[in-house]
Design a protein around this ligand. Structure first.
Ligand code: SAH
Ligand code: MG
Length: 210
């Protein structure tokens, strides 16, 4: 049982990552409500913390979760930056590698038959993407260029009535970077999405039915 009363298949506190339990529970509940309509996708898995919340919901609904990450870390995860974890350094590659942690999380959480890992840059994955999504969760690179690639590459694949969730929304720049908030505002300005809820820094939008 997590802090929120949600029962997860793994001790979520022990998984490395950046997902608050209250936000994670909201992600879980949103996916649980949507996943009978089609697959869910997350951009930015890191070591699988958010993947467990989304994956547990998908598993319960018999749905699939696409989990996209190049596993080389975002800017703020690199050595010398605030969110660097030396345990994720792969000396052979001379780069970060979170894939072994991610894979271990999936195995321990019993999610290997639910989660399809896509290990590449979101720009590449977007090129031929053609699968409608019941829910899309964007939590990848937080540089504006990266957030725009994720938003432009995938938000159009969210089905009508489906959910677009964006993490790390900080309307006040003193609280954090602005790129996720920028794409959140773009989504609203597009006329394709309407506000559903804001849970801490997790913004939930619904694709409008036309
Ligand atoms: N959702 C995670 C945290 C994600 S951190 C959790 O719950 O803990 C952001 C992740 O996005 C990093 O793992 C990084 O490798 C990935 N990422 C950043 N830019 C990316 C890109 N352009 N394509 C694919 N993955 C990217
Ligand atoms: Mg985040």
């Amino acid at each position: 049982m997590s802090k929120t009363g949600l029962t997860l298949p793994i001790d979520i506190e022990a998984v490395k990552g950046f997902m608050d339990p209250v936000e994670g529970a909201a992600l879980h509940d949103a996916a649980f409500g949507m996943a009978d309509r089609g697959p869910v996708m997350e951009i930015g898995s890191y070591c699988g913390k958010s993947t467990v919340y989304l994956g547990a919901a998908c598993k319960a609904r018999g749905a699939l979760l696409y989990a996209l990450d190049h596993h080389r870390g975002s800017e703020e995860n690199q050595p010398g930056w605030e969110h660097h974890d030396p345990g994720t350094w792969d000396a052979k590659a001379g780069a970060m590698d979170t894939l072994p942690f991610f894979r271990d999380t999936l195995r321990r959480a019993g999610l290997e038959d639910t989660v399809i890992a896509i290990v590449t840059k979101s720009r590449l994955a977007a090129r031929h993407w053609n699968i409608p999504l019941s829910m899309l969760f964007i939590d990848g690179g937080h540089a504006l260029e990266m957030a725009l690639i994720d938003y432009r590459g995938f938000s159009g694949h969210v089905m009508q009535g489906g959910i677009l969730a964006i993490h790390d929304i900080f309307p006040d720049p003193r609280d954090g970077g602005q790129a996720p908030y920028e794409i959140y505002r773009l989504a609203l300005a597009s006329g394709m999405f309407e506000e559903l809820a804001m849970v801490k820094s997790l913004g939930l939008l619904r694709r409008i039915l036309v």
